[in-house]
Design a protein around this ligand. Sequence first.
Ligand SMILES: Nc1ncnc2c1ncn2[C@@H]1O[C@H](COP(=O)(O)OP(=O)(O)OP(=O)(O)O)[C@@H](O)[C@H]1O
Length: 569
Amino acid sequence: MTTRQRLSELMIRRVFFGADWLTPVMARALPGTATVLALSLVAACAGLAAPMITKAVIDQGIMGGDMGALLFWAAVSFAVGLGLVALGICTSMQHLRASMRMLGDLRLTILGCALNRNPAMPDLTVGEVQTRIDGDTAEIQKFLFDSVLVAVTALFRLAGGTVLMILLDWRLALLPLLAAPFELWFLSWARPGTQARAETVRTERGGLNGQLAETFIQVGGLRALGALNTRADGFETQQGALFDAQARQKLWAESVGAVSKLLTAVMRSAVLLVGGWLVIRGDWQIGSLVAFLAYAAMMAGPLRNLLGLYHAQSRARVALARLNEVVRDAADPEEGAPCPPAFQQLGFIGARGQAGAHAPVSVTLKAGSRVLVDGRSGIGKSQLLSAIIGQAPLAEGRIELDGADTAGFSMASRRRAVAYLPQRPCLIRGTLRDNLQIGNDNPDDAALWRVLDMVDLAGWARGLSGLDTDLHETGANLSGGMRQRITLARTLLRSSQVFVFDESFSEIDAESCARILSAIEAHLADALCIFVAHAGPVRSLDFARIVDLSVETQGEDMREPCVRLVGTG
Ligand SMILES: Nc1ncnc2c1ncn2[C@@H]1O[C@H](COP(=O)(O)OP(=O)(O)OP(=O)(O)O)[C@@H](O)[C@H]1O
C-alpha cells in the first residue's frame, strides 16, 4: 500500500469511520490537495506577517517620527499585499481544478454503483439517484477537500497568531484562549441539531427531484390527462417543504454562528479595554495594541472555521450515509464465472419470479426451438424471464444453462449469452446509429442496414437522414411500433444463444409483424427464442413449447403450470 493510500485510509477512518470506497478517490485527490495546501500555507505566512509590518509602520515610522522607516515599511506592506492578491488567484484556480477533478471522480464512482444496483434491492426513484449523484457527492467532496485545507491552514494560523500575540503581551493573549472551551462545549451541544436539519434538507431535495423527474418522464401522458396543474401544485408543495427545511437549517446555522460571533465581540472589547488602559498608562505601545487587535481578529476566522468543520462533518456524514447505501446496494456485474460459450438447453427448475402469482415452473427449453410463455396479465411472465439475466431475483427455484445454475454466472456474461428485449422499449436521445449500437460491439453500417431491413425500417430511415436520423429522448418523436422495431433491430445485432421477446411486437401492425417474424425465424434459426404475446401473429408461430403460467392442470395437489408440448420440441 502506498503512502498516499495509507494517508487517505487514515483520513477516512478518522473522519468517516470506515467508508472504504472513498479511499481510492481520496488517494487520487491527494496531489491536488497538497498543491493547494502548500499555496495556502505560503499565503497564511504572509498574512501573519502583515500586522507586524503595520506595527513597524506605526511604532518605527509614525510614532518614531522616522520618514525613512515609514517609507520602507509602507513599501514592504504594499509588496506583501500585492503578493497576497497574486497568490490568492493562483490558489483559487488550483483549488477549483483539484475540486472539480475530485468531484468528477466521486460522481463517476457513485454513478457506476447506481447503474449496477443489485436487482434484489428496491429501486431508488430517478430523482433520488440524481440528488445523490449530484448533491450528496458535492457535499462530501467539499468537506473532504476543504477539511484538509481548512484544518491545516487554520491550525497554522491559530498557532502562529497565538505565538505572536504572546510575544506582544502574554497576559492579554490569555483572553482569547479563555473563550475557546466555552465555544467548544456549545458547538458539541449544537452538533446533533445540525445533523438532523441536514438530513431533513437532503430528504426533501430528493423528494423534489423525484417529483420533477417523474413528471418529465411522462409529460406527454400527463398533458393528455390535463393533469399538469396537479403536478405543478405538487411541485409547489414539495418545493415549499424544501424551502421550509432550508430556512430552518439556515436559522439554526445563523444562531450557532451568532454565539461564536458574540464571544469574539466580548473578547475583542476586553482586549480593547485592557490594552487601551495599558497604552494610557504608558506600559504598551499603540502599534502593539493595533497589531494585537489584528491578530485577535485574525484568530477568530480560523477558530470559527475549525469549529465549523466539526458541524460540517455532521452534515457530510448525512450525505455519506446516503452514498454508502448506493455503494452497498451495487452488484459487481463481472462477479461470478463466465457463462459457457455454447449451450444446448435452458432449464427452469421450480422457478417463480418475485411477486409472480403462478405455480413454480419446471421445464427444459432446447436451442433452436420457439417457445411461448403465456398467462394472464400480471401473473409474472416478465419477472420470470428477466430473472434469466439476473434483472429480477427469483422468489424460488433456479434457472440452469446445460444443468449449471445461472446464479453462479456473472451478470455481464448472462446478459451477453441471453438477449432480453424488455416490454418497454429503451431508446435514448441521439442518432439512429447510436441507438442501434448500444450494447453491441461496434457493428458497421452495413450490419445496421441489414437489421433495419429485417424490421422493415430501412426505407423509413433512407427517407430521413439514414443512420444519422435524430431520435428524441426515449424515442418520443417515433410511433410506438417504430420504437419497438428499432429495439428489435438492435437485438438482432446480438450474437446471443437465447432471445427473449417480451411483448416486443404488440404495437406493430399484423402485416409488418408477420414479415418481421419470418425474417427473425431465418436469422435466428439456431437460437432459442422465447416469446410473450397476448395477441397478434406471434401466437401463430410454430412453437415447440407453450408454457402456460395461468393453468394448473392436474388439480390442487399438482401445482405445476401447464407445459404444452407442441411438435417434437
Ligand atoms: N420492478 C418490480 N418490482 C416489484 N414488483 C414488480 C416489478 N415489476 C413487476 N412487479 C410485480 O410482479 C408481478 C408480475 O409482473 P410481470 O410484469 O412479471 O407480469 P406479466 O405476467 O409480465 O404481466 P403483463 O402480461 O401485464 O406484462 C406483478 O404483480 C407486478 O406488480
